[in-house]
Each structure stands twice: as structure tokens, then as C-alpha cells.
Write a protein that binds this ligand. Sequence first.
Ligand code: PLP
Length: 398
Amino acid sequence: MEEKLSSVAKTLTPSPIQQLSYLAQRCNAINLAEGFPDFPAPSNIKDAAVSAINSDFNQYRHVQGICEYVACKMEQMQGIDVNPLTDVVICCGQSEAFAATMFAIIDRNDEVILFDPSYETYHTCIRLAGGVPVYVPLDPPYWKLDPDKFIKSFTAKTKAIVLNSPHNPTGKVFTKDELEMIAGACRTWDILAVTDEVYEHITFDLEKHISLAALPKMQKRTIVTSSLSKTFSVTGWRIGWAIAPASIASAIRNIHTKVTDSAPAPFQEAALTALRSPPEYFDSLRRDYESKRDFIVELLAKVGFPMQFKPMGSFFVFAELPESCSLSDVEFVEELIKQAGVVAVPGCGFFHGSSSPSVLSYQSRCIRFAFCKSADTLSVAGKRIADLVKDAGHLKLF
Ligand SMILES: Cc1ncc(COP(=O)(O)O)c(C=O)c1O
């Protein structure tokens, strides 16, 4: 029956991490692969969810209070005026907000510009909506956006650009200059921007998250997507949102209603408690992740990774293998699972075949480590990795 699948569905293959997860399970490997915390969510938020279930919030639901808080946060953090009645749509996580956005704005053969490497789900959503992903490589090792490569990617068919900052997998936070370059191109070519801001509260070293929507004349052409998932360590609750000009928000809302009807009702109720968290909550989230970032960066540097680029946001390190390592990223992760009992993600799954030779050489040379793990998990993983260091002072695998 495979011939009955849609042409896009036929191209969907398991990511390298799905293929390695069986080996990881067999070796009982510590999971530094997947981007979800292994520590508990804040107890007041969990209590709010339990209380919502006990209060029988069991039916389809739209909790307008979430829109009010989201609008208020955009005002406070980005200085932009969002109408909570018309401009915010509650969805099942950023993932559904992004998919619904693509269905709302993309026609067949519209081109959508993305950066390479990038989070894997954008590509599939764009394809399912009939669009054509066009990749602009970010230049390693600092993952800079090259103006020439960027400008050359626009054509008369370009409909939108996708920006994820802070960035998965690299931990890059796009600079003000880069954001201005992107905003300038959106205005010149009269295209939309779709941002993924799920790591908006996880930035380091005094780096501040700036939404593209906050740049001059960008709010009217930007769809911001984000969620509770990363900020409150509740990736399984599936509460997210899209913020967009009213006519686009209305289309996203219609699609959301037809596809899922509503996000989980008890967790929408709990979102009200989460979004009311005091500034100290966000400060301590940042501080905790910054010290986890420092721990893992130091560990990887000590065992021989070059570590030229230190993540400025998100909870990932995208570490390049040293030249002395003859293994590919997939082979390295296989050996790391077998020899150290630690699993990470081979970087190749985040790349989409940019033609630039400098990037091509990188595509099988990066390993993504997720540090959204408890101090205990990180320290056991650290010890296991450090145990693989041979006399020369670097990993046996290099
Ligand atoms: C960049 C990025 N966007 C979106 C998501 C998924 O967000 P959500 O749980 O809100 O669907 C992830 C999860 O790993 C991510 O890394």
C-alpha cells in the first residue's frame, strides 16, 4: 500500500536519532540527545494542572486569559502592542502553531527561506503545505549569516522566511545586525517572517532575546510562534501560541480549530499560573541553564572538542569533532553509546544539503548535546565521557 502514500509522506524518513535510539535503550545510555528536561516542572504549575483536572476542566476549551498574558509579555519584553482578542491563537505547542501557520500562508510552490542547520520539523511542515524550502547556510564555526548568500536566496516566488532564535541546534542568538538584515529583506521583498521563539527566556551572558516582530515595520508581517514547553519544562503539555496580525491569526485559528479543536483544557488552565510567574522565575531559569551550559562546554573542551563557539541561548551545544577524529558524526554517536553509555544527536539530521563547500564539510562533523538535564544526569554523563579519555588527554574516540 506504500504507493498510496502522498508524495511528501513517502519522503519522510526517521531521523538519525530515531535510528540510534534502539541502541541507546539497549545500552541504557544517559540521554543527552533529546531536547526535553529530565527534572520536574515547577510544583505550583503542576498543582494548577492537578487542580484543573479535579475541577473537571475536561472539555474543548479556549482560555482567553492565556492570550491576555501572552500579549502582556510581548509588551513587557519586546515593547510591541498585541491585541489579545484578535492577534493571539492558542495551539498545541509551537509545533502545531508553526504547522497551522504554514497551512495559512503557503500556496503550492511558494518558496520559504530557512537557515541551515535548522530544527527538523520546519522542512516537513513547509513541504506538507506545498511549499519549497530554500536553505541559506549559516557559516561555521560561529554560525554567522553571510549577507551575500542571504540576499541571493530571494526570488519572485519567496513567500516567507523562518527564523529560530535562540537557535536549535547551534545555540546561536541572532545579532541585532543580522535581525536588521533579515527585517530589511522582508520589507524589500514584501514577504512574511515566521519566528520560532521557544527559547526566548533561555539566553546567556547578558544576551537578550529580540523578537523580529519588534523591529521597525515588522509586526505587521511577522507571525511569532512560541510555547510553554521549554520555559516551564512541560514539553508534554502541548500548550503554545501564534501571534500574528488579525487576519492571519484568524486563518491560523480556523485551521487549529479544524485540526485539533483546542489545546488540552487542564493544561491551558495551568498555563495561567505559569505565565503569571514572577521575574525571579525567569532569572533563575536563565542562571540554572547558564551553569549547565558552562559545565558541558568545559567538559567537552577538556576531552578534546575544539569548542570555538559557545552557545548564547537555547539548551544545546553543537560541538564540532576535532580534525584528529576519523569517525563521522553518526559513527561517533554510535561509539559514544557503546563505550560511554551516553547518547547525543549526530548533527547531519539538522542540515539540508547547502551547496557551500565550507558547510558541506561540516555536515557530518557536529554532535548536538542537550544540557536540559538535572545536575546529577550531567555529572554522571560527564564522568562517563571523562572515563573515555586516554593518556594523551583526549577522548579515545578522537
Ligand atoms: C526550535 C524548536 N522549536 C519548537 C520545538 C517544539 O516546541 P513545542 O513543544 O512547543 O511544540 C522544539 C523542541 O525541541 C525546538 O527545539
